[in-house]
Design a protein around this ligand. Structure first.
Ligand code: PLP
Length: 477
């Protein structure tokens, strides 16, 4: 394909995407296909000679579109949002168009430099302590990872290397292998699956500690667990605090956890994958009080900050530890600018890196800080509106409402709520998922799409109460 054909193909694709977004409200959010459907429709072998882009685009519509779950639909309320916005989509196109891999500063200087600037913009937007920023006097800095999972894992590996080095320097009578075998990490039983996975991947015991009724890990629980492990001869190393848990968007209290971690010399990582974006709004910053006591902090721009997947912002208070942990040099990676700009390959797992900062730049410039705030506040207001609808109907109980996430259930046996969710899912018009709240079965209702409006919330609620009417046939308002 030459540049002339690319112009036509690209323009047609942009029209296709715009049409798709405009049609989302009228589509069933869940597809009506069975596992293996696509294998039956596509040829077993690739074509021997090239085909026309028109045929391919048509086949996207014919074969792929029917198998899509429409994450950007205003009727998608599952999981957490996966952000998408037009400036970010264009950013992705241009990133692909440049076709670069940022191995080092010289591999494409603008890549590193824009990332440094964007991470500072974002850090100031969230009002993170200055020492986390690239521009501070100290060794702090920000980097874009692919996912929160990677950020949690990178922080765990860094904490591990630091702890081993510190203990060996203090002339511990343990060998490196013995120290590594005794390290322990902690988080809450509400933390995301990726936190437990980081322990598995990093070969570190991960204790998922019980939370209080609000889904928070308290300082006392953490302190007690650390005490017990020390008494058993283990070495506490790493804590992941949650600002916005996946089940109910609960916030751990950093003012309680921070002093425990600092006193015990344990690395504190903050997973604010979803809710971290809310800190662009001054009224929510009280929820991150104590963040200055953490060692690393992460927020997924691809969840709530209008930047398409994948784009996860991570800050580290002392990036020296990170670079020491992951620095592997080769002659083909050397350049003479060493030390003058971050060599981000040492801050992550893979060697190559994408130019993700470009799409962040597009989003922040098109929306502005105020635009992002408006988006966040609008989605929180919609969730509160949904929670009010639930609370008004006496058949239901609203279990939690935090940020853009509501959990609710039908009063009585769990099976009633389970039946409600199953019937709703069978209809495929709205997509909600199950969760647990204080050991009861609940339905999670998250405001995900930037297209969701009050009327969409009303429509989904009307559908919920219509189905509920067949399960629990009375209503008192
Ligand atoms: N942390 C929290 C609180 C999450 O809700 C999620 C995903 O929903 C993750 C981490 C994992 O995010 P990622 O897919 O970017 O690894």
């Amino acid at each position: 394909m030459d540049a002339e054909h690319f112009r036509d193909f690209g323009k047609a694709a942009v029209d296709y995407i715009a049409d798709y977004h405009e049609s989302l409200r009228n589509r069933s959010v869940l597809p009506n296909v069975q596992p293996g459907y696509l294998g039956e429709l596509l040829p077993e072998d690739p074509p021997q000679s090239g085909e026309s882009w028109q045929d391919i685009l048509q086949d996207v519509d014919k074969f792929i579109m029917p198998g899509l779950t429409h994450w950007q639909s205003p009727n998608f309320h599952a999981y957490y949002p996966t952000a998408s916005s037009f400036p970010s989509i264009v950013g992705e196109l241009i990133i692909a168009g440049f076709g670069m891999v940022g191995l080092s500063w010289i591999a494409s200087p603008a890549m590193t430099e824009l990332e440094v600037v964007m991470m500072n913009w974002l850090g100031r937007m969230l009002e993170l302590p200055e020492e986390f920023l690239n521009c501070s006097e100290g060794p702090g800095g920000g980097v874009i990872q692919g996912s929160a999972s990677e950020a949690t894992y990178v922080a765990l590996l860094t904490a591990k290397e630091k702890k081993v080095k510190d203990l060996l320097e203090k002339n511990s009578n343990l060998t490196e292998a013995e120290i590594k075998g005794k390290l322990v990490a902690y988080s809450s039983d509400q933390s995301n699956s990726s936190v437990e996975k980081s322990g598995l991947l990093g070969s570190m015991k991960m204790r998922l500690l019980p939370t209080n009724k609000e889904g928070q890990l308290t300082g006392a629980t953490l302190q007690e667990a650390i005490k017990r492990d020390k008494e058993a001869g283990l070495i506490p190393c790493y804590v992941v605090a949650n600002l916005g848990t996946t089940p109910t968007c609960a916030f751990d209290n950093l003012e309680e956890l921070g002093p425990v971690c600092n006193r015990e010399d344990v690395w504190l990582h903050v997973d604010a994958a979803y809710a971290g974006t809310a800190f662009v709004c001054p009224e929510y910053r009280y929820l991150m009080k104590g963040v200055e006591m953490s060692d690393s902090f992460n927020v997924n721009l691809h969840k709530w900050m209008l930047v398409n997947f994948d784009c996860s912002a991570m800050w580290i208070k002392n990036a020296k530890y990170l670079v020491e942990a992951f620095n592997v040099e080769r002659i083909y990676l050397k350049d003479q600018h060493k030390g003058l700009a971050p060599e981000y390959r040492h801050w992550q797992i893979s060697l190559g890196r994408r130019f993700r900062a470009l799409k962040v730049w597009f989003v922040l410039r098109i929306y502005g800080v105020e635009g992002v705030r408006k988006h966040v506040r609008h989605q929180i207001a919609l969730a509160q509106y949904f929670a009010e609808l639930v609370a008004k109907d006496q058949r239901f109980e609203c279990c939690s409402c935090s940020m853009g996430l509501v959990t609710f259930r039908l009063k009585g046996e769990n099976s009633l709520t389970e039946t409600l969710l199953n019937r709703l899912t069978e209809e495929k018009k709205f997509f909600l998922i199950a969760g647990h709240f204080n050991n009861t079965y609940v339905i999670r209702y998250a405001i995900c799409s930037r297209l969701t409006e009050k009327e969409d919330v009303d429509r989904s609620w009307n559908e919920i109460i219509r189905i509920a009417g067949n399960i629990v046939p009375w209503k008192i308002t």
